[in-house]
Design a protein around this ligand. Structure first.
Ligand SMILES: NC(=O)C1=CN([C@@H]2O[C@H](COP(=O)(O)OP(=O)(O)OC[C@H]3O[C@@H](n4cnc5c(N)ncnc54)[C@H](OP(=O)(O)O)[C@@H]3O)[C@@H](O)[C@H]2O)C=CC1
Ligand SMILES: O=C(O)C1=N[C@H](C(=O)O)C[C@H](O)C1
Length: 243
């Protein structure tokens, strides 16, 4: 039985996580939100799980490193400097950061990489996502993760081959680009489609999250898997044995 501390405990994911921790028979060591004492929470926990906001990342990593315990980061909207902070923390503790902790999306990323590699550059790739009206970042972390998987399959760099936020006279589609489109509305937990559009045919790979419980269950599996590991960065495919 592991003692799991939640950072962002009063949020949508925080509530789902508390349920998943109890369902899996683990101990909720406590929770913090903005202004809370994350260092104290870390001292009382075997592992921390962070579903908050990018601004909280550095402090959360600092607390985990201070206590010498692993941390799983589900927060999205991260930038390059956040990834540098994750790399630096991973020199001292086990760190797992992912835009999506669900089994389905972890497998989808694998299928997308495979499809992009096999279908080749004549097939245009678009990533479409829809989320609830409260979501604050776009494209979603999952859309970017799927875009990375596609770019990986193609052997190209995502950052220099992305088309995001098309509007107005955009000109024709850039050759080899991976496009992103984001929809927001209602209470949608998360829907992602990767569309591979070729000459007179189209392949669509879709994942639908029907409930946040899927992210919470994956996060609990990932967090407990991290306990006792060497320092370093880990991935959901490793946790789920899909690598
Ligand atoms: N990787 C994955 O599988 C998933 C990732 N996510 C991501 O998780 C994040 C949270 O999502 P969601 O739960 O819906 O968001 P919510 O807005 O519902 O919850 C965020 C929580 O984080 C807290 N918080 C914000 N800033 C800080 C801080 N500096 N220190 C401590 N706590 C803080 C908020 O507290 P307060 O109200 O006091 O500000 C709030 O309780 C998002 O980035 C989302 O994209 C979501 C689902 C799945
Ligand atoms: O904010 C959310 O809700 C979600 N965020 C993650 C993302 O940005 O991909 C994962 C999931 O889709 C729900």
């Amino acid at each position: 039985m592991a003692r799991i501390g939640i950072i962002g405990s009063e949020g949508r994911m925080g509530h789902a996580l508390a349920r998943a921790i109890a369902d899996a028979g683990h101990d909720l060591s406590g929770g913090v939100d903005q202004g809370g004492n994350t260092a104290n929470l870390a001292e009382a926990s075997d592992v921390l799980v962070d579903f908050t906001a990018p601004a909280a990342l550095e402090g959360n990593l600092h607390a985990a490193v201070g206590a010498g315990i692993p941390i799983l980061i589900g927060t999205t909207g991260l930038e390059q400097r956040h990834h540098a902070a994750l790399d630096s923390a991973a020199l001292a503790i086990p760190v797992l950061q992912t835009g999506n902790t669900s089994l389905g999306v972890t497998l989808l990323a694998h299928l997308v990489r495979e499809a992009a590699a096999r279908l080749g550059p004549d097939w245009d790739i678009e990533v479409l996502e829809m989320h609830h009206r409260m979501k604050v970042d776009a494209p979603s972390g999952t859309a970017l993760l799927l875009g990375e998987a596609a770019a990986n399959g193609r052997g190209i760099d995502l950052a220099t081959n992305s088309e995001r936020g098309r509007d107005g006279i955009t000109g024709r589609r850039a050759e080899g680009a991976i496009g992103f489109a984001s929809l927001r509305g209602g209470t949608v937990a998360g829907e992602h489609s990767v569309i591979l559009a070729g000459e007179q045919e189209r392949l669509t790979l879709t994942h639908v999250a029907e409930d946040r419980g899927i992210f919470a269950r994956g996060a609990v599996a990932g967090a407990t898997w991290l306990i006792g590991r060497d320092a370093g960065r880990y991935t959901m495919p490793q946790v789920l044995g899909l690598d």
